[in-house]
Design a protein around this ligand. Structure first.
Ligand SMILES: Nc1ncnc2c1ncn2[C@@H]1O[C@H](COP(=O)(O)OP(=O)(O)OP(=O)(O)O)[C@@H](O)[C@H]1O
Ligand SMILES: [Mg+2]
Length: 460
């Protein structure tokens, strides 16, 4: 049982039903004892009656006189009691009540009170009394006691079954009630991420272990948020600080190149390239810091994406020729989406460049776009080695570069930025194994204008 709720329900139902069953059993034993004691009392009263009938001089009486005195008893009490008197020394029976019809009352040696059963007489409660020199046995039917105990047993079994069902229902309700705050904690903690660090777990008025846990988690989230904000501020400030000296170095290098470069021309060219790369990296870091701080809002205008895609496909075709790949492009349907051309171009350019980097020379990269229901979907597939399923989501994280040492140098920020940009368009981007080609597929999905959702709407 993986769920705490199921375990709680099981143990609650088990404990409640077992307790009830034990109590029922004890009740049954007490009832049996009490009813049997009642029969013993009844038999004892009958013996007293018998004693009164035969008088104190019974020991001196002849057998005939004794029978005469007992004949009265025989008539009116034979409905309820079976009586026999016997002389233990000779084991001779002096008297047997007529309702015994010649049979003997069963005997258990060494016991004076016991239960007995014979097929003809049925279930009996037997008591033996001393009336020296005789032994008097008085028995009465225990059928009423037996049927009472049986009825009690049947009622108890029905009640135990009902108790089991009721306790399962109560257990389920209770566990749901107890686990509700835990579920609220889980759901909220699940929503809190790098893009949603300000949300907190609601803490109820009642002070208990769960509210303590919620407060503890909230304090952890506070620390996490402040560390995150500090980190963001740090990378933003560092990026800004680096921009000015980098511009100066670039200017110097360009100045050297303008003068012909002399013996340092190659070094200066390399320096300019490296500075361009660093500048790009700093711009990417700045973009991510600002996107994390919600400082970027796009002005999304409804447009038909076909013209934009055609122009992009033309550029991608030129890049493919340059890198020795085959680029194909298919777009169908017309419709409108809200987008900013420049930013979306950056996303597609990064995805297509990644595809070219991953695909061997001569391999294919294909881009298809179509409207499906309320979304516009762009799919870029390649003929590369693909990515392991476990890495499909991780490749969108910062600085994650999956390729080996042979892979062309990148910052590992391209897909992170692409995801930010697509989210700011109210859409989503993900990776999956390619269907038509052998490598990876990256899918960018934006809402149709009719169902346009902006990033700020998404967060609301
Ligand atoms: N089509 C693909 N096939 C195989 N691996 C891919 C593909 N696209 C991306 N990757 C892997 O995901 C990693 C992250 O990609 P991302 O675009 O974020 O960074 P990058 O391309 O290394 O650097 P940048 O885009 O900043 O220049 C890449 O380094 C690469 O290992
Ligand atoms: Mg890239």
């Amino acid at each position: 049982m993986r769920s705490i709720g199921a375990r709680l329900t099981f143990w609650y139902a088990f404990a409640a039903t077992i307790t009830f069953a034990i109590l029922s059993l004890i009740g049954g034993v007490l009832l049996d004892t009490q009813l049997t004691h009642g029969l013993d009392e009844l038999n004892a009263a009958e013996f007293r009656q018998l004693k009164a009938h035969i008088g104190d001089d019974y020991a001196t009486l002849s057998r005939g006189s004794l029978e005469r005195r007992l004949s009265g008893v025989n008539q009116y009490e034979s409905v309820l009691f079976l009586i026999s008197i016997h002389y233990p020394k000779t084991d001779e029976y002096l008297f047997n009540s007529s309702n015994l019809h010649g049979q003997r009352i069963p005997d258990v040696k060494g016991q004076r009170k016991f239960d007995a059963f014979t097929p003809d007489l049925g279930s009996l409660r037997v008591n033996e009394f001393l009336l020296p020199p005789y032994d008097v046995t008085v028995a009465t039917s225990a059928r009423a006691v037996d049927s009472s105990i049986r009825a009690y047993g049947e009622t108890s079994a029905a009640l135990i079954a009902s108790m089991l069902l009721a306790s399962i229902a109560i257990g389920l309700g209770l566990s749901r009630l107890v686990l509700r705050p835990m579920r609220a904690i889980r759901d909220t903690a699940d929503r809190i991420g790098s893009d949603n660090l300000s949300e907190r777990i609601p803490v109820g008025d009642v002070r208990d272990e769960v509210s303590d846990l919620a407060e503890l988690l909230n304090r952890t989230f506070d620390r996490l948020e402040s560390a995150f904000v500090q980190m963001r501020r740090f990378s933003e400030e560092v990026s800004h600080e680096l921009k000015t000296p980098l511009s100066l170095i670039r200017l110097h290098a360009e100045e050297i190149l303008r003068d012909g470069g002399g013996p340092h021309a190659d070094a200066a060219i390399e320096q300019v390239d490296e500075i361009a790369r660093l500048n790009r990296f700093i711009d990417q870091m700045l973009f991510l810091s600002r996107a994390d701080a919600d400082a970027i809002v796009f002005d999304l205008k409804p447009v038909d994406p076909s013209g934009f895609l055609e122009s992009f496909a033309h550029d991608a075709g030129v890049l493919a020729d340059d890198s020795g790949h085959v680029f194909t492009f298919v777009a169908s349907d017309a419709g409108s989406v809200g987008m900013e051309f420049g930013w979306l171009r950056q996303v597609l350019l990064n995805v297509v460049t990644n595809a070219f980097k991953a695909t061997p020379r001569g391999g294919r990269v294909c881009l298809t776009a179509h409207f499906a229901g309320s979304v516009w979907q762009v799919r870029i597939e390649d003929d590369g080695a693909g990515v392991a399923v476990a890495e499909l989501d991780r490749m969108f994280e910062r600085f994650v570069r999956l390729g080996g040492v042979d892979t062309p140098r990148g910052t590992g920020l391209g897909l992170t930025i692409s995801r930010s940009i697509v989210r700011l368009h109210g859409g989503r981007i993900w990776a999956e194994p390619a269907r038509r080609l052998r490598g990876l597929a990256i899918i960018v999905e934006l809402p149709r204008v009719a169902a346009l959702v902006t990033a700020s709407d998404l967060e609301a």
